[in-house]
Design a protein around this ligand. Structure first.
Ligand code: SF4
Ligand code: SF4
Length: 213
């Protein structure tokens, strides 16, 4: 390629619209996010305020980046934290390691851990990078907390819970092309999509067990 052709390429590029956009924390434009984007996690509660985490450590076990640290503890019968026997006493996620693969969300039996669409959280020290249970838990309104170093925008706290489950359960062909939502868990109620609704089983008939002792 002669040098004139080289210049031609340069000039052509100069007239193109830049593909980058100006970005500043808090004010700059954010790119459109995919509906299933995996961002900062939340620990969800039930509508009565009970915590969903039962401290089973399955999320920590499945995490390929080894960035979840959970310790469960027995619930106090008189003042339980979760509806189960156990609850998550310590829960930490190290965001210096998390690759946002969502495997923890898939593994969680109670859908306690889910991910929001927030991906701007630039901390300046290691302590801020390790999110504690107190920071991950949703507030009394079921919404994610907004921490000082996080850049939340409108809509980023929507659809943050009951996040995507498997789109093809165990590879079963019946689930092909079926989006695997389950009911909204953090706040509000979202209709499950086709093939994912939980059907109440038929009520069991009452057993008369008099005279069998
Ligand atoms: S999203 Fe993946 S890497 Fe991040 S905590 Fe969950 S399992 Fe670990
Ligand atoms: S978040 Fe879910 S998988 Fe992890 S310890 Fe709690 S209940 Fe178990």
């Amino acid at each position: 390629m002669g040098y004139l052709e080289g210049f031609a390429v340069t000039f052509k590029q100069m007239l193109q619209k830049p593909v980058t956009t100006q970005y500043e924390i808090g004010t700059g434009e954010k790119v459109e996010r995919a509906e299933r984007l995996h961002g900062r996690h939340v620990l969800n509660r039930y509508e009565d305020g009970m915590e969903k985490c039962i401290g089973c450590e399955l999320c920590a076990g499945v995490c390929p980046a080894r960035c979840i640290y959970v310790r469960g503890a027995d619930n106090d019968d008189t003042d339980p934290v979760s509806p189960g026997e156990r609850y998550g006493y310590v829960y930490e996620i190290n965001y210096l390691r998390c690759i946002h693969c969502d495997l923890c969300v898939e593994a969680c039996p109670t859908e306690a851990i889910t991910e929001t669409k927030l991906f701007e959280f630039s901390f300046t020290n290691r302590r801020d990078a390790i999110y504690t249970k107190a920071e991950l838990l949703v507030g009394d309104d079921g919404m994610p907390q907004h921490l000082p170093w996080e850049d939340w925008r409108e809509g980023e706290d929507q659809h943050t819970s009951a996040w995507m489950r498997a789109t093809a359960s165990s590879g079963d062909a019946d689930f092909e092309n079926v989006v695997g939502w389950s009911g909204e868990l953090g706040y509000g109620v979202r209709e499950p999509e086709k093939g994912q609704a939980f059907e109440d089983p038929e009520p069991e008939p009452d057993h008369d067990d008099h005279g069998h002792h």
